[in-house]
Write a protein that binds this ligand. Structure first.
Ligand SMILES: Cc1cc2nc3c(=O)[nH]c(=O)nc-3n(C[C@H](O)[C@H](O)[C@H](O)COP(=O)(O)O)c2cc1C
Length: 196
């Protein structure tokens, strides 16, 4: 199947990163000759956190924004355009301190924009990034995936759903310090089951 993949990595590590190698394995598994991949490394090229100027620009109606406010939102616009252009997201996300890395949260803060990626309705917020599939590799050293101290997996599931991305497959490479080889083998088996 022809795909446009957006591949995001949030590990601070370039060397030895399990979430990077497994998310690459997902990309390789689901790719075919006509697949296009855009890679965005948010782990080693950190994104800025939100500022007062950014929040003000975002709240200002599009038509009323100054040139400076448009510039303030330019990176956010670009990151959203990357998602919009993709039909498939592949995310490599380590567990840091029981949740997602700050780098990943910074990306979410920049792409969760009212009227662009979600809207408010009488029935509550509705995501606007519809029709996309996401694969999420979560790597952890000790935190069991899906346990009550795993705040990363439910957070990623919820926030993707909030943006309209409901078709999400998780690959858990958890508790790597205890049984790394087995866990990585099991994760690779899960990845093998994904359709190209
Ligand atoms: C700053 C930091 C915080 C971490 N916090 C946790 C944690 O709360 N729970 C856990 O199970 N592992 C934790 N780890 C271990 C990582 O989740 C684990 O090493 C994982 O493989 C990192 O992903 P990577 O291999 O893609 O870099 C932490 C690692 C770092 C560097």
């Amino acid at each position: 199947m022809a795909r446009n993949i957006l591949h995001i990595n949030a590990s601070a590590r370039r060397e030895g990163s399990i979430s990077r190698s497994l998310s690459q394995a997902v990309v390789d598994k689901i790719s075919s000759v006509d697949t296009k991949v855009v890679a965005r490394d948010i782990g080693t090229s950190p994104l800025p956190i939100l500022t007062e100027a950014w929040v003000g620009a975002n709240f200002t109606p599009d038509d009323d924004r100054s040139a400076e406010q448009r510039e303030t939102l330019a990176l956010s616009d670009r990151l959203i355009a990357e998602i919009e252009a993709a039909d498939t997201l592949v995310l490599g996300v380590p567990v840091y301190n029981f949740g997602v890395p700050a780098a990943f949260k910074a990306w979410i803060d920049l792409v969760a924009r009212a009227r662009k990626t979600f809207k408010y309705t009488e029935n509550g917020p509705v995501g606007l990034l519809e029709g996309k599939k996401a694969y999420v590799v979560i790597a952890s050293g000790g935190t069991p995936s899906g346990s009550e101290i795993d705040f990363a997996t439910p957070y990623v599931r919820h926030v993707l759903g909030f943006l309209g991305i409901h078709d999400v497959s998780f690959v858990a490479a958890d508790q790597l310090m205890a049984a790394g080889d087995e866990k990585i083998a099991a994760a690779k088996e899960t990845i093998e089951s994904f359709a190209a």
